[in-house]
Design a protein around this ligand. Structure first.
Ligand code: ATP
Ligand code: MG
Length: 352
């Protein structure tokens, strides 16, 4: 039996300065589908650690999900509870983390409206992340206004919860820059520090690729291994995984770079030295894709089994999921309303 995959997951490193008062962390996910292995290595495992170190809020971003799904809103509505079940399944604890629903927090929409007066259209069009997304989503000339302006709505999300730390990948840094520009403008208007600038908590994990290796694993592209994947689905996904097309016979030397099986082994297997040795052997020749896939399959089966079982339990109790989400949302409504009030005051809009 190979070493357990789960050990590694237990030891994900997140640097925290425990000497200071707990900072506030905000993250979230668009409610556009079930969460997948990319979310697991890219953010969920980290959040499970963060909830013991900081005041953590997680936003189920249904309004943001609508910005490119206005024509198919049921895709968003039907996935809200799926996302909550995924959170609970991986160990996000509603007693430690506030889980809340974006569309049920009116202050977020209001703040977005106020902030949108502090940002120009050309600034939004220059945002490199949005620019890339617009290209890949092929909106043509019909970019939804809500999509172009979603960085403003993210600024509302971050500031509404006084978040000073935002876990992100490199590609999300422009969003935080945009937020901090808004914060500085608002503070300038207010003549004092109403809002606090946020800092990124940069994830060192690069984007997990899809099994075909062609793009990152993403809900919208239907190329995911979901946290709810059955044993058979996992087997099938690993079997179809992209390896090295030049590695035809077992004795041929193979390429590790760009070989999705090794990318996943790096991300999920607990024994780094063992994987290093496998890579060496693969490079020299004598290690077949059947064997590497078998090792990965066992590892993924072991990782996902407890998550799948917990998830099935939570998704069966919709009332409990709604209750958890509602409680978190009610707390979030209060806090965000206080921020909204001070922002309105900054604009002098506090007649009554
Ligand atoms: P969509 O296709 O609707 O945009 P998505 O699969 O890209 O969905 P998001 O909700 O946009 O998921 O992503 C939320 C966060 O999850 C990201 O900011 C990132 O931290 C993490 N994430 C998403 N996909 C991956 C991935 N393939 N690898 C690592 N992290 C990921
Ligand atoms: Mg995305």
């Amino acid at each position: 039996v190979e070493p357990s995959c789960l050990d590694k997951h237990e030891s994900v490193q997140v640097e925290a300065d425990l000497s200071t008062e707990k900072e506030k962390v905000l993250t979230g996910d668009r409610a556009t589908g079930q969460l997948h292995l990319g979310h697991y290595v890219g953010s969920l495992q980290q959040r499970v650690k963060l909830q013991d170190m900081y005041h953590q809020t997680i936003l189920v971003a249904d309004m943001q999900g609508l910005t490119d799904n206005g024509h198919q809103p049921q895709k968003v509505a039907s996935n809200i509870l799926n996302v909550v079940a995924d959170y609970l399944a991986v160990g996000i604890d509603p007693l430690k983390t506030r889980i809340c629903l974006q569309s049920a927090i009116p202050a977020l929409a209001e703040l977005t409206m106020y902030y949108s007066n502090l940002v120009s259209i050309s600034r939004l069009e220059r945002n490199p992340t949005v620019k890339n997304e617009i290209q890949s989503k092929s909106f043509g000339r019909s970019i939804p206004a809500g999509f172009l302006t979603y960085p403003i709505s993210q600024a509302a999300d971050i500031t509404a919860f006084n978040a000073t730390l935002v876990p992100v990948g490199e590609d999300q840094l422009p969003m935080l820059e945009q937020t901090n520009e808004i914060v500085r403008r608002l503070n300038h208007i207010a003549g004092g520090a109403i809002l606090t600038e946020c800092k990124p908590l940069l994830s060192k994990v690069s984007r997990l690729p899809s099994t075909d290796g062609r793009s990152k694993m993403s809900k919208s592209m239907g190329n995911t291994i979901m946290l709810s994947a059955s044993e058979r689905e996992i087997t099938k996904a690993v079997k179809s995984m992209y390896t090295d097309p030049g590695h035809l016979r077992v004795e041929d030397p193979g390429k590790v770079e760009g070989n999705v099986v090794f990318t996943y082994l790096d991300a999920f297997h607990s024994d780094i030295d063992y994987i290093l040795r496998l890579k060496e052997q693969y490079r020299c020749g004598g290690l077949g894709d059947g064997t590497t896939k078998k090792i990965l399959e066992e590892c993924l089966q072991e990782t996902l089994k407890p998550i799948r079982e917990r998830r099935a339990m939570f998704i069966d109790d919709k009332a409990q999921l709604i209750d958890i989400l509602k409680r978190g949302t009610e707390q979030a409504q209060e806090e965000s309303h206080r921020v909204l009030t001070s922002v309105k005051q900054a604009f002098g809009l506090n007649l009554f």
